[in-house]
Design a protein around this ligand. Sequence first.
Ligand code: C5P
Length: 239
Amino acid sequence: MKPVFIALDFVDAPTALKFLEPFKDVKPLAVKVGMELFYREGASIIRALRDQNIDVFLDLKLHDIPHTVQQAAKQIGQLDVQFTTVHSLGGSEMIKAARRGLDEGANQTGVDAPQLLAVTQLTSTSEEQLHDEELVPVSMAESVSHLAKMASQSGADGVISSALENDLIHQAVSDEFKCINPGIRLPSNSVDDQKRVVTPTKAFELNTSGIVVGRSITQSDNPVQTYKDIYNAVNGGIK
Ligand code: C5P
């Protein structure tokens, strides 16, 4: 089944855990912990979530020299999280170092190593920015498919991408390579700061491997029902 990661973009653990209380009997349940919550709470928030058997995607987007990334990934590998992220622009050696670090950390603690997802180009980066600020001469599509291929050859299990790029990435790499998609909105939602958004049903049609949903669930009047509806839609069920 394709996971729906609820983005726990909350200021602290009490707020995040309070939000999750009504979800206590909901299965399967997966969440994304990002920089905001992790920098505040550290490993304790991960333990609190894993104690409740919730799958965790720890989204810290590592990007540094390979040695530093390997050591950081080793720490993450010990946390028993199911997914984590690096920036593919750190290069093949850095991604391989992340993979090694995650495996070392997981082996040390006897847990499963997290799946490694690479950010290709941030969805906030425009074609103009790519050319004018980064002096990248190729198109966004070429850059994204090249980076996805390089990430796959360096040990990544998938990428974070716009659902609109899934076909391109699957063609460049393989159908099994995971494309996890943020930028999801229900037809009734405002798009907020996201620009290229799709609905959960559209993400299913675009062969998503799983989606990240923040505000559509966290700001819903009935977060549990909204989560269930989105989970069904992204798995090809009710629309
Ligand atoms: O509230 P919303 O559904 O827009 O939240 C999306 C989540 O996915 C946020 O936690 C954001 O940081 C994350 N994300 C994203 N675009 C990316 C990578 C991650 O929106 N390319």
